[in-house]
Design a protein around this ligand. Structure first.
Ligand code: ZN
Length: 272
């Protein structure tokens, strides 16, 4: 493609292995994939471990009892988007005005995605900085965004429409969040352990008794065996943390056989 000018937003460290140029809603971006040897494996400054329960109304509930609300960037801009789309439907397809309107819609989509990404980056950086080990549900096992019915059973929440749930899940970008946690932990020498989400919401975090009846309502957990009462999401987060510890001890210590290759986050640069 010949010579291309670009604005360098950060130093390129290491050997450039590949270059990707992309176009997103009228803006061009260039990103470099690099490789370098680390002088030594990074050691995570923290010693604590945390379990994370991912949800819809609460984006995250930690085993420490903290709650992080989702940033529904999509919901906030939904009215605006609907208005733009209504206006688009009144225009003649492929006309200049139609194209102009389409660009406006693309721009808003891009704006929404940026808000979401920024929010997730802030959350994941904080968690990754403070905890050497993070345990969360393995989303590939849960397969939440693909099937609304299984999520209903698993999370025990009222799901009105499959599309509505999927939209809200996509809005929060659970997968994106887990990916961010994964590479940020690798950068710092910490660990992200993905656990099987099975029974995490039905198990008592005190006596490990598993029963559907433990979960009386969406928010309340009360063990039918030992009487332990807790917020359902905190109880689940504690089970996830316990499952994470179990995975580690089964593997025999700290992340044996884990890939040392680091993932890079996709910081993109705007081409001038
Ligand atoms: Zn119990």
């Amino acid at each position: 493609i010949g010579l291309v000018k670009f604005r360098k937003s950060q130093d390129i460290i290491g050997t450039i292995k590949n270059v990707t140029i992309s176009k997103k809603s009228g803006h061009w971006y260039i990103s470099f994939g690099t490789e370098r040897e680390l002088a030594q494996t990074p050691r995570h400054p923290a010693t604590s471990a945390i379990g994370l329960d991912m949800g819809i109304t609460k984006l995250l509930t930690t085993s420490n009892g903290e709650v992080i609300k989702p940033k529904n960037s999509f919901k906030a801009n939904q009215i605006k988007l609907a208005k733009l789309q209504r206006q688009l439907s009144k225009k003649v397809t492929f006309s200049q005005n139609w194209k102009k309107q389409n660009r406006k819609i693309q721009k808003l989509h891009h704006h929404i995605a940026n808000i979401r990404q920024d929010y997730l980056h802030k959350i994941t950086t904080t968690i990754s900085k403070n905890h050497a080990m993070i345990a969360c549900e393995d989303l590939s096992v849960t397969n939440m965004s693909k099937s609304a019915s299984s999520t209903t059973a698993q999370k025990g929440c009222n799901v009105k429409a499959k599309s509505g749930l999927n939209k809200s899940i996509l809005d929060q970008g659970w997968t994106m969040m887990v990916n961010m946690l994964e590479y940020k932990q690798q950068w710092r020498g910490g660990l992200l352990v993905k656990v099987n989400p099975r029974y995490t919401s039905q198990t008592c975090s005190q006596c490990q008794h598993i029963a559907k009846e433990n979960r009386q309502t969406q928010s309340k957990f009360e063990c039918v065996k030992c009487g332990h009462k807790a917020n359902a999401d905190i109880n689940a987060a504690r089970n996830i943390l316990a499952a994470g510890h179990a995975v580690l001890s089964a593997e025999g210590g700290c992340g044996k056989g884990r890939p040392l290759k680091q993932k890079t986050c996709d910081i993109r640069e705007k081409v001038a």
